[in-house]
Design a protein around this ligand. Structure first.
Ligand code: FAD
Length: 400
């Protein structure tokens, strides 16, 4: 997508230096200890990568989504966990609040992220995964306040994040008004409770937990009000989520690019049968396919990010970028491990971690199947309800 501007090239070089100089050596320990990397977050904050998409009016540098993508890929090449933190500190909940929030909501969210908070977004429930609109968490309006009750799971950053964007069914006057987004702050709002942690396959420095709402009482000023009102609330919130999908696609791409770089170098160093293994055509074609897949995935990610401009990416472009980047990442990390032979299978090298870290991106943030449903829906020019009866799922599913 054309040449980078000088400022973008500098930004990318700065991210690469930070990732190689600080994050690369710590990634294995973060994976082993499963501890949230607070030190890395402090380094991200100092570098200006937490809240880099926050407009200058709210104290941020006002960088574009594409600028964030450049940074995320560089960081993911060394540490997937740290790159995911950059995604959540620039897209996801923050993007939705900056787009749809009022002055006070925007200011508070911006302050939290610029101070180092990685927001959490709470959509998925045990019985409402891909069918996100089947969620049963309710926000019942009484007087000028909302009382939230329900349970989410697989919430990235549970127990770590302060700022939470909670998707809930709004009930007013005994009637279901649609899905709304509520802003809550852990530590400040009683009734926002962290539940059990999932023992996840990869990206282990980021806790995935249940989050429970037990009579969580929030004032009216905590409800996000997208244009079009609550009836269209879920669709609007999911539009904001397209940026998070491009971010997730970038992390998958970066992890795979990091694994590819290592495989390319190793294939030229490692000798068998008296010659570098890179001289075997079987491996040359693997390397060629890996690089081709990465280039294609990068093209779709950049296209979605560049064309978003200052707004959100197009839903189909974001879905296509995430499908290709996620599936390419699983293939490329697996083949990079293969090229390393037993050394790749050892935990002494990062390949096995990169494969585990890459595995999640065809699931989290909308599965590869649900994203295909979304692409097909736009190709065919209609909604493709997945339920037994169309009325059971009013909105486009594909969540989380
Ligand atoms: P299910 O919906 O039960 O799907 C099971 C399988 O059926 C999948 O293969 C799916 O593709 C397929 N399937 C289901 N319906 C269809 C259909 N109509 N057509 C074709 N195939 C279908 N959620 C959040 O809210 N916040 C988070 O921060 C968050 N972080 C996550 C982090 C990780 C590491 C992971 C793994 C998940 C995270 N999630 C989060 C949850 C994630 O978004 C959901 O896991 C995802 O939406 C799928 O839901 P499910 O796991 O219940 O799978």
């Amino acid at each position: 997508f054309g040449q980078l501007s000088e400022s973008q090239a500098q930004l990318r070089a700065k991210a690469r230096a930070l990732a190689e100089g600080r994050f690369a050596d710590r990634a294995a320990e973060i994976d082993r200890s499963e501890a949230y990397p607070h030190d890395n977050v402090e380094a991200l904050r100092a570098a200006g990568f937490m809240g880099m998409t926050i407009p200058t009016a709210y104290g941020g540098p006002g960088r574009s989504l594409f600028d964030a993508v450049l940074v995320i890929e560089e960081i993911a090449r060394q540490c997937g966990v740290t790159a995911r933190i950059v995604v959540e500190a620039n897209m996801g909940a923050l993007g939705a609040i900056l787009a749809y929030g009022n002055e006070e909501q925007r200011r508070r969210a911006a302050d939290a992220v610029l101070a180092g908070d990685k927001p959490a977004i709470c959509i998925t429930e045990p019985e409402a995964g891909s069918a996100a609109t089947a969620m049963t968490t309710t926000a019942v309006r009484t007087g000028g306040r909302y009382l939230l009750n329900g349970r989410k799971h697989w919430i990235t950053g549970g127990g770590i994040s302060r700022l939470h964007l909670i998707f809930a069914r709004v009930v007013e006057g005994g009637e279901d008004r649609g899905i709304g987004g509520f802003i809550a702050y852990r530590g400040e709002d009683q009734g926002l409770v962290t539940g059990a942690r999932e023992p996840a396959m990869g990206l282990r420095g980021l806790p995935e937990t249940e989050v429970l709402f037990q009579d969580l009482e929030l004032g009216e000023e905590r409800l996000l009000r997208p244009e079009g009102g609550l009836r269209h609330g879920f669709a609007a919130l999911m539009r904001a989520y397209n940026a998070q999908r491009v971010g997730a696609a970038t992390v998958a791409l970066g992890i795979a690019a990091g694994a590819f770089d290592r495989a390319l170098a190793y294939a030229q160093e490692r000798r068998q049968f008296g010659r570098p293994i890179a001289e075997f055509q079987g491996l040359q074609w693997m390397l060629a396919d890996m690089d081709t897949g990465l280039s294609a995935a990068r093209a779709l990610v950049h296209k979605a990010a560049v064309r978003a401009g200052d707004g959100f990416p197009d839903a189909r472009e974001a879905a296509q970028a995430k499908i290709l980047a996620a599936e390419t990442a699983v293939k490329v990390t697996n083949e990079a491990l293969q090229i390393h032979g037993a050394a790749g299978y050892s935990r002494n090298l990062p390949l096995e971690r990169m494969l585990r870290d890459a595995r999640m991106f065809t699931i989290g943030g909308g599965t590869a199947q649900m994203l295909r449903n979304q692409v097909a829906g736009t190709l065919l020019g209609r909604k493709l309800p997945q339920g037994m009866a169309a009325e059971t799922h009013r909105d486009t599913p594909a969540s989380g």
